[in-house]
Design a binder for this molecule. Structure first.
Ligand code: UTP
Length: 287
């Protein structure tokens, strides 16, 4: 079945980037001239997603506003002849269908995904974390969709974690199926290094089959009172319905201050209008 919907959970508290994220959602912090989240929506649309489902919270209204129409601004841009800006604005509003649902309390990623149950319905869907970017030149969603089509299960994107970060991620135990494709037999959330089944960490892109909702409903609150999506995916893995893509492309984590800054520099260096000035600035400060 073709995957049409992407769930973007953006209801977390963003405590690692406070105080920047107190009023501005961390997913709306800018990289060059766009909020982080816009790059993620563009990645989804590029992979053929038609409907974006935001899981938001009361302090994140600016997310829905950013993807909505703004008639006064459009009229002002038209009057001033700023047609390039107008076109960019309209593109954001029309590139997908946007819906949203509230997560009343930030009870974890699994709970956020469960909040989207009614909007997703009975079809496979993508989940994309709102603080993780995949470089446009190394996309992974399309390949994950192909793996889903062939093996008909959930698909995770997996990357090799350095040992010191293993205890920060969900870690997978896998068997190789074909080049770059694995079957996932076990998942452990944030294990100590000595208990980790491998060094393959779960990245912020998932394809989930709709039985995940029933499994999430049965998943008890774990560490920190949160419902972890990994615990529900573990049940799919045990039943033999979970696969993985060994992803060797470039990912960026914008959920912490250093990651946010380095991602800004990476995207600045990619932008032909910004790159020469940025390079010159870096040359000056580094000499
Ligand atoms: P994170 O764990 O990175 O986000 O979740 P967080 O909880 O906001 O960040 P810190 O740890 O306090 O700094 C990854 C994504 O899942 C969303 C977040 O908004 C983020 O985009 N999320 C997380 C939810 O939507 N609901 C939750 O309950 C937790």
């Amino acid at each position: 079945m073709r995957i049409r919907k992407a769930v973007l959970p953006v209801a977390g508290l963003g405590t690692r980037v406070l105080p920047a994220s107190k009023v501005i959602p961390k997913e709306m912090l800018p990289l060059v001239d766009k909020p982080t989240l816009q790059y993620i929506v563009e990645e989804a649309v590029e992979a053929g997603i038609e409907e974006i489902i935001f899981v938001t919270s009361r302090s994140k209204r600016s997310i829905e506003d950013h993807f909505d129409v703004f008639p006064e601004l459009e009229q002002a841009l038209e009057r001033k002849g700023k047609l390039k800006e107008l076109k960019a604005l309209r593109h954001v509003q029309t590139m997908a269908i946007y819906t949203s649902v509230r997560q009343p309390v930030a009870l974890g990623l699994g709970h956020a995904v469960l909040c989207a149950k009614a909007l997703v319905g009975n079809e496979p869907f993508v989940v994309m974390l709102g603080d993780e970017l995949v470089a446009p030149e190394t996309p992974c969603l399309q390949r994950m969709m192909e793996i889903h089509e062939k093996y008909n299960g959930s698909v995770l994107s997996l990357f090799t974690s350095p040992p010191e970060l293993i205890s920060s991620y969900g870690i997978a135990s896998v068997q190789d199926l074909e080049s770059g494709v694995v079957q996932v037999s076990q998942l452990v959330e944030k294990p100590p290094l000595e208990e980790a089944p491998s060094d393959l960490a779960v990245a912020g892109r998932y394809i989930l089959t709709p039985d995940i909702f029933e499994l999430l409903e049965k998943t008890p609150q774990g560490r920190g009172g949160e419902i972890q999506v990994t615990d529900a995916i573990q049940m799919q893995a045990e039943a033999g319905h979970c696969y993985g893509l060994r992803f060797s492309g470039v990912r960026y984590d914008t959920g912490n201050p250093l990651g946010l800054l380095t991602t800004s520099i990476a995207y600045g260096l990619r932008d032909p209008a910004i790159a020469p000035g940025l390079r010159e600035y870096m040359r000056q400060v580094l000499q």
